[in-house]
Design a protein around this ligand. Structure first.
Ligand code: LMR
Length: 389
């Protein structure tokens, strides 16, 4: 029976981690998987997380099961961070903890399917795992161009919404678009929210990088605008990047709907979670809860995020200051957001970057801005110039 299984290709992005590790060139540059790196190329545990983990070790008196919804203190503590203190419809929002943002997306899409959604509309390029999740759940995917000429392609989005069927949902990146770094402006979010409301189209919002774009409040504007406009929405949230908890898999899933319907909706979330992973892992989410319940740890965490954002902004400015590298215009990178940017390079050019210059990036042309440092950015720009000349 098992011998019938055909081999599957390794996830291209995750395979890059191993390829990079196996390269023994001292000046190699890792711009692959989306993790934050310091100017030394490290991805350290946040000091605020270390502080919270100490508290956790000292105070946690049981590791008994919590249930499919995980740590509800964590889920509640995140609400003001995501939705703000003045979010009028907060009484219509309920949530649960998930294993990472991926678990949140998985649960949102599976719940949408249970509710009758047959296809998900989404801009491309997108995070490759979005399409994989839809495929695994046997849902149709309708794509539109996320960006054109370095800017959001609003016409493509509008016509996709106009053509939507009643059983469609739409997936939108809340901020720091992965992979392009090209985000909607506040005015565009307002327009999108109004279109979704008019069409009655269910939004699935993926907020995986809050705080890594323009700021915690700024990066939540889009989801807050949409959720203040439409009657129902699903939101997947990740703490993997903004708390640096990647391998601890810390995420959440929120539903906004009629208050009296929420218990039934969340019971579907709980039963889907039970069938998928039973219960989410506790440790990272408990550390986030401890941070958010403690004013000093919260300040420390926010300051750490400020530093990360400032460093990435410096790298973006430095790229833009280079003007062009070969055929690549670097100037748009200064005004884009988050960890990622796309280089318009061919497959051969991306391979040449890896083979000839030890520069590792996703096959799509995506780079992780945080992989750039004061020490390697000039080499990177020269390498891009070399392969694209
Ligand atoms: C990325 O896009 O690099 C991250 O979200 C990591 C992942 O799981 O793909």
């Amino acid at each position: 029976m098992l011998a019938n299984l055909p081999a599957q290709p390794a996830d291209a992005l995750l395979a890059l981690i191993k390829l990079f590790a196996a390269d023994d060139r001292a000046d190699k540059i890792d711009l692959g998987v989306g993790v934050y790196r310091t100017t030394d190329g490290a991805t350290p545990v946040f000091k605020s997380v270390k502080g919270a983990e100490k508290v956790l070790v000292d105070t946690q008196d049981s590791k008994s099961y919590l249930g499919p919804e995980g740590d509800m203190g964590f889920v509640e503590a995140l609400k003001p961070i995501i939705f703000g203190n003045d979010f009028a419809a907060i009484g219509n929002v309920d949530g649960m903890q998930t294993p990472g943002g991926t678990g949140g997306v998985r649960l949102a899409v599976a719940l949408a399917k249970s509710a009758g959604v047959k296809r998900v509309i989404m801009g491309t390029p997108s995070w490759p795992n979005h399409a994989q999740i839809m495929k695994d759940l046997d849902l149709g995917v309708v794509t539109f161009n996320h960006a054109r000429d370095g800017a959001v392609d609003m016409d493509a989005l509008k016509s996709a919404v106009a053509d939507a069927a009643p059983t469609d949902a739409i997936l939108l990146h809340g901020c720091c678009h992965n992979p392009t770094g090209i985000d909607y402006s506040v005015a565009q979010w307002r327009e999108i929210a109004a279109l979704l409301k008019d069409k009655g189209l269910l939004p699935i919002l993926d907020l995986a990088y809050q705080g890594l774009g323009d700021g915690m409040e700024e990066d939540a504007q889009g989801v807050r605008i949409v959720m203040s406009t439409v009657p129902e929405a699903l939101l997947a949230y990740s703490c993997d990047k903004n708390f640096g908890l990647y391998r601890d898999r810390v995420g959440a899933f929120y539903v906004m709907a009629d208050k009296d319907k929420l218990p039934a909706i969340m019971s579907n979330g709980a039963s889907l979670a039970r069938a998928n992973w039973s219960m989410p892992p506790d440790h990272g989410a408990a550390a986030v809860r401890i941070i958010l319940e403690d004013a000093a740890l919260t300040q420390q965490w926010l300051a750490e995020l400020d530093d990360m954002r400032a460093r990435m902004r410096q790298m973006r400015d430095k790229l833009a200051a280079a003007g062009t590298a070969g055929s690549v215009d670097m100037t748009p990178y200064a005004t884009q957001h988050g960890l990622f940017a796309m280089l318009p390079l061919s497959k051969e050019q991306i391979e040449a970057l890896r083979d000839d210059h030890a520069v590792y990036m996703a096959g799509s042309g995506r780079i992780n801005i945080a992989g750039l440092t004061a020490g390697n950015i000039d080499k990177f720009i020269a390498a891009v110039a070399d392969v694209s000349a």
